[in-house]
Design a protein around this ligand. Structure first.
Ligand code: GUN
Length: 293
């Protein structure tokens, strides 16, 4: 019974990746080149390395080609901007990402703005975010895009519902708030975007039909904050120390799964929820970039 409440991001991403692979096969059979994604990784942040590795692996799984460009954390901003320009001009590359966060001496916004919007498969460039806000065709940031697909494929009715988002990051909370309020199939919600200055987050979350937690704080949302029957989406991937684990840490979401499970109607686990869907959305954006290149 409780098992039916699980939104299985791992299984869904596998299914969508199989659909992408089939389309790539057809593309190649017609004599077209496979999509190519480039990923730029600066320094050796363990989480970033792990994310980029999984992006490159997914490219292989769906039949894309990919390039991993690794640079020392001492790279200057101007060197990185030159690299971005090279990638913008490289016709063999359909889309590319610069993995964030960047070292503190580099202005992330400056780098993001230097990316050609037609190759910005992360959907972080103001042109893509602006188009998305107006409901125009654009690259939608991977995490919000993945969440929309999960809600869609699990048949969640969003119209007229109250969606409470926790966290206003440029990557997740802010774009998610826009998508859920738009006049679209997965949308038409009344949206509350909560953040560090919100007076009483728990009270806001208690009113939610759909909760999207993206604050990067382990187990922040607990069962006492969940209205009966709410849908709970956990975007958090927090590493907490765990000596009993071989790696020395374990992954914990922003949601306390155990206490929320009895109250909610649907919930995403961590790991195996939003994470795999994010990578799969990046593949969809890269396929789109190839089609329009
Ligand atoms: N860092 C955390 N999430 C992301 C993402 O989706 N794209 C990039 N480029 N960096 C990230």
């Amino acid at each position: 019974m409780e098992q039916n409440k699980l939104i299985d991001g791992k299984a869904l991403s596998k299914k969508i990746k199989a659909e992408i692979a089939q389309e790539v096969d057809q593309m190649k059979a017609k004599g077209f080149r496979a999509p190519h994604l480039a990923a730029v990784l600066i320094g050796s942040n363990p989480a970033s390395m792990s994310y980029v590795r999984s992006k490159v692996k997914s490219c292989e799984e769906v039949g894309f080609t990919s390039s991993l460009i690794e640079k020392e954390k001492e790279i200057t901003e101007s060197e990185l901007l030159t690299l971005v320009e090279e990638l913008n001009n490289d016709e063999r590359i359909d889309g590319f990402i610069v993995q964030l966060p960047l070292p503190s001496h580099i202005d992330e916004m400056k780098v993001t703005m230097a990316i050609d919007p037609s190759k910005d498969v992360d959907g972080f460039h103001p042109v893509n975010l602006g188009k998305m806000s107006l409901g125009l065709d654009s690259f939608v940031p991977a995490t919000p895009y993945g969440i929309v697909q999960m809600l869609d494929r699990y048949g969640v009715e969003t119209s007229g519902k109250h969606c409470v988002i926790i966290g206003r990051s440029n990557i997740v909370g802010t774009p998610m708030s826009i998508l859920m309020s738009r006049k679209t199939k997965i949308g038409n919600c009344t949206v509350t975007l909560t953040h560090s200055r919100t007076k009483n987050i728990a009270e806001e979350v208690r009113r939610a039909d759909i909760v999207i937690a993206a604050i990067g704080f382990p187990n922040f949302v607990n069962g006492d904050m969940i209205k009966d029957g709410a849908v709970v989406i956990d975007v958090g991937i927090n590493r907490v120390e765990d000596e009993s684990s071989k790696r020395g840490y374990r992954l914990v979401g922003d949601v306390d799964f155990e206490s929320c499970l009895p109250k909610c109607s649907l919930i995403t686990p961590v790991p195996g929820g939003v994470g795999p869907m994010t990578v799969c959305s990046l593949m969809l954006n890269t396929l789109k970039a190839r089609k329009f290149s």
